[in-house]
Design a protein around this ligand. Structure first.
Ligand code: IVH
Length: 597
């Protein structure tokens, strides 16, 4: 119940490596067991985070991880920086605190916006190479994130540099180490003495949406797209915070390799996968530009099917010898081109701005517009995030507005067209009453209206949905609409009520037209099963500001149970790494309230 479960590696090493710790008395046997455990944990982390195909249960994994942690605690001077427990670790500098030169310039890519430009690119290369035959290309998604350069020495991750200006990058090693799909040590027996890979740090769309939802509910500003969220995360000064951000790295290029160097992109991708890295999904080898165009057309259709935001495809000469012959220009290689997708946008009439009350009581505005089909989905609403944003975008009811699927998935209002106004448009207004409970709102100096009624149905339903959501108890089938229904019909108000609903309440629920007996049975089963979720998920579900999965796990590691946590004083709480006085006070308040109500 209180297992560590993944993501792992938030254990802080209390000793500095190589600082000449106390001589260990464990002997060779301990070292052998440590190495064995590290290798096993590394292997299972790879299966879980990179291959997404775990071979063992979470409980079995937890046992291995716990044994490794315990053994390392007992023998701290045998801890190595590449141990899977050391993802969040001391001894690495803050991001940006050191600027270091790249081993070779990190170039950009030339862009193409039309198929004609792609054909011109191919014609230019064939001309330069004097090629009669078709050139083989590698066609890959262009991931919309941040370029990162990872340097390994004797198989161990030594340095992660951001792109910077292409010549000098920023040292972001401490933050990148927390990304589970980055191997701290390469997999396999024959490791190169020096190996440098280049790839993209990306935030999966699902994590991006989740992060923004949490930020919005907590009254924080939201990120415009997954790239901005990934960039913001890499700049954080707390690796433990970065670990919570669920970032990924996909590798697409390399430099410097001893041994059997790959001769083309496919061989390289196979090699780098064997070393334990993630590579972009759906890379295709195309014979000639005709096949490239076909692949690009397919990508245009399926770009929204990837777990990451993509802003185009990269077309690269597959053969490395040909790449060498073509060489690099000052800013970009001559052997590759980025074909950029046009972001799907539509121009529609803004009909209304409605306000939604979140679980913290913060109201956020939502634009309601005429339905439009973008990227295969019909949209008619988009979050406007804040009043400030409404003013900045100069939005009036009745305006023609441009909407797009930002970050490939979240609809957003790009701009209004004030030049097309006819005089009947009206400015939207700040609400004075909560749209759900009609209580008078408190509007802060920053114009963020708040509903202070703790019994507000919208707040209760949002809190229930957060508790049941994928980041917390993950109760299958219990989404926001059903939570609203439970609250509106007086069947549940607080998370605790889900587990104590009477037979009469269940019967009433099954009699609702949108439910039926089958759905209710499924829901009852899912709620019953959620009792087996680890306690940290329960704690996260309470929605305490500052208590995400990593903090929740640490708190439960320290106090053992939610009950014991409820007894802890603020002084006890701030002893836990990462808990400051504000979070401690919030924990005490929330836990008391959860039990009082
Ligand atoms: S290859 C010499 N492949 O796009 C540069 N880049 O606009 C070779 N990117 O800085 C880059 N996905 O950060 C390459 N599959 C991919 C990529 C990719 C995203 C980024 C990369 C680069 C930027 C250039």
């Amino acid at each position: 119940m209180f297992g560590t479960t993944r993501p792992v590696g938030v254990v802080l090493c209390l000793l500095l490596w190589g600082a000449g710790g106390i001589a260990d008395t464990g002997g060779e046997e301990v070292w052998r067991r440590l190495e064995q455990l590290r290798e096993q944990v590394r292997y299972h982390d790879h299966l879980y985070y990179v291959e997404h195909a775990p071979e063992i249960s979470d409980a079995e994994y937890d046992r291995l991880h716990r044994e490794l942690e315990d053994l390392e605690k007992a023998h701290p001077n045998l801890i190595t920086p590449d141990s899977p427990t050391q993802r969040v670790a001391r001894g690495f500098l803050d991001p940006g605190s050191e600027r270091l030169p790249h081993s070779s310039p990190v170039l950009s890519l030339h862009k193409a916006y039309t198929h004609g430009e792609l054909r011109a690119f191919d014609a230019r290369l064939r001309n330069e190479l004097g090629a009669e035959e078709r050139i083989a290309y590698s066609v890959e998604p262009k991931l919309d994130g941040l370029c990162i350069v990872l340097r390994y020495e004797n198989g161990v991750l030594k340095r992660a540099l951001s792109r910077g200006d292409g010549l000098v990058g920023e040292d972001v090693t401490a933050n990148v180490r927390t990304i589970p799909s980055v191997p701290l040590r390469l997999l396999g027996p024959d490791l190169p003495r020096f190996y440098e890979v280049r790839g993209e740090v990306v935030m999966p769309l699902a994590s991006f949406e989740n992060l923004n939802r949490v930020r919005e509910e907590g009254g924080e500003s939201v990120f415009a797209n997954p790239r901005a969220a990934a960039a913001g995360s890499l700049q954080l000064h707390s690796p433990a915070e970065v670990a919570k951000r669920t970032l990924d790295v996909c590798v697409f290029g390399f430099r410097g390799c001893l041994g059997d160097a790959p001769v083309n992109q496919a061989e390289f991708l196979t090699q780098v996968r064997e070393f334990g890295f993630k590579v972009p999904e759906g890379v295709q080898r195309c014979d000639g530009i005709g096949e490239v165009e076909k692949a690009v057309r397919e990508w245009e259709k399926r770009r929204h099917g990837l777990p990451y935001a993509t802003d185009g495809v990269v077309v690269k000469v597959a053969d490395f010898r040909l790449r060498e012959r073509l060489g690099n220009g000052l800013a970009a290689p001559r052997w590759a081109v980025a074909y950029k997708f046009t972001p799907p946008t539509g121009t529609v009439r803004l009909r209304d701005v409605v306000w939604q009350t979140g679980r913290s009581g913060r109201l956020s505005p939502v634009a309601v517009f005429d339905p439009v089909v973008l990227a295969g989905a019909t949209l008619s609403r988009a979050s406007l995030h804040s009043w400030k944003n409404i003013l900045a975008k100069d939005l009036m009811l009745g305006d023609w507005i441009e909407v797009k699927k930002a970050g490939a998935v979240i609809p957003a209002v790009v701009r209004s067209h004030p030049d097309r106004r006819r005089g009947h448009e009206k400015p939207p207004a700040l609400p004075v009453h909560c749209p759900s409970c009609h209580a008078a709102l408190r509007t802060q100096a920053n114009h963020e209206p708040r509903c202070l009624n703790k019994d507000c149905p919208a707040r209760l339903a949002a809190a229930l949905a957060y508790f049941a959501g994928p980041g917390a108890m993950d109760i299958d089938g219990l989404g926001p609409a059903l939570c609203k229904c439970l609250v509106d019909h007086g069947l549940a108000r607080l998370p605790h009520d889900l587990y104590t609903m009477s037979e009469d309440s269940w019967r009433r629920l099954s009699e609702l037209p949108e439910m039926g007996q089958g759905r209710v049975e499924q829901l009852r089963r899912a709620i019953r099963q959620s009792r087996g979720q680890p306690a940290w998920r329960h704690l996260v579900g309470l929605g305490i500001p500052g208590v995400g999965p990593a903090t929740a796990r640490r708190l439960l590691d320290r106090f053992g149970s939610l009950e014991a946590l409820g007894e802890a004083t603020a002084d006890d709480l701030i002893q836990v790494n990462g808990i400051g006085p504000r979070t401690a006070a919030a924990i005490r308040l929330h836990i008391n309230e959860a039990w009082r109500r």
